[in-house]
Design a protein around this ligand. Structure first.
Ligand code: SF4
Length: 214
């Protein structure tokens, strides 16, 4: 699959998950707490490299990637996502500086479903939402039981694997996944601008796919 096709498929998957979470939120009156950045502040959050490809392409196209790579190289292990900007006035609050192109996992922060051992969908939400909106939680689970189409972690991961198993199998801390994606896109970009393009092995990417993007 060419790079362009992969990013198109990723964008469609992002849109689908956004629509599903939007529907669940509206129908169950379920929402993240205003300004809450708890998920992004968690240094244990992990993503695949694949999920960061659309953002990495955009950052290279906007000439913002090299500064970010320098910052990532100086970032210590165990640091939370560097794309997060904490609110200096309210501890625990903040925002994603790359919200539109954030990874798939980030689109399920707050609420999505997991399969239990019987293969049934169970709402997965954070403690803050559980405590703040107990009635909405019950409503959301009822809607899920009645068949509302919601994002399911295992299904989302399978969809990622279908797009690129090589880049979707392993999960890494956010900063590692972002750095790897930026480096990969940078490498492909350099090669696409080289006269010797056809002499390289791009792991399933051909020259046309990269020239489409850069
Ligand atoms: S990419 Fe954005 S939404 Fe995802 S963890 Fe980082 S700051 Fe949060």
């Amino acid at each position: 699959m060419e790079l362009q096709e992969k990013t198109d498929k990723l964008q469609k998957l992002f849109q689908k998950v956004d629509q599903q979470t939007h529907d669940l939120s509206c129908k169950a009156s379920l929402h993240c707490l205003p300004g809450c950045g708890a998920c992004c502040e968690n240094p244990n959050v992990e993503s695949t490299v694949l999920e960061f490809l659309p953002l990495s392409i955009e950052l290279w196209q906007k000439n913002q990637s090299e500064d970010l790579l320098r910052l990532l190289n100086k970032t210590e292990e165990g640091t939370s996502c560097i794309l997060y900007k904490a609110d200096p006035n309210i501890p625990g609050n903040g925002r994603c500086t790359q919200y539109e192109l954030r990874p798939l996992l980030c689109r399920t922060f707050g609420y999505a479903a997991r399969l239990n051992k019987y293969g049934e969908k169970e709402l997965a939400t954070c403690k803050k939402i559980s405590l703040d909106q107990p009635e909405s939680i019950k409503r959301a689970q009822k809607l899920i039981d009645e068949g509302l189409d919601v994002p399911v972690f295992s299904e989302a991961w399978l969809a990622l694997l279908d797009i690129d198993p090589g880049l979707a199998t392993d999960r890494y801390p956010m900063n590692v996944a972002l750095k790897t994606a930026l480096e990969k896109i940078g490498y492909w970009r350099d090669c696409s601008q080289s006269d010797t393009l056809e002499n390289h092995d791009y792991s399933n990417q051909n020259s046309r796919s990269k020239k489409n993007l850069f």
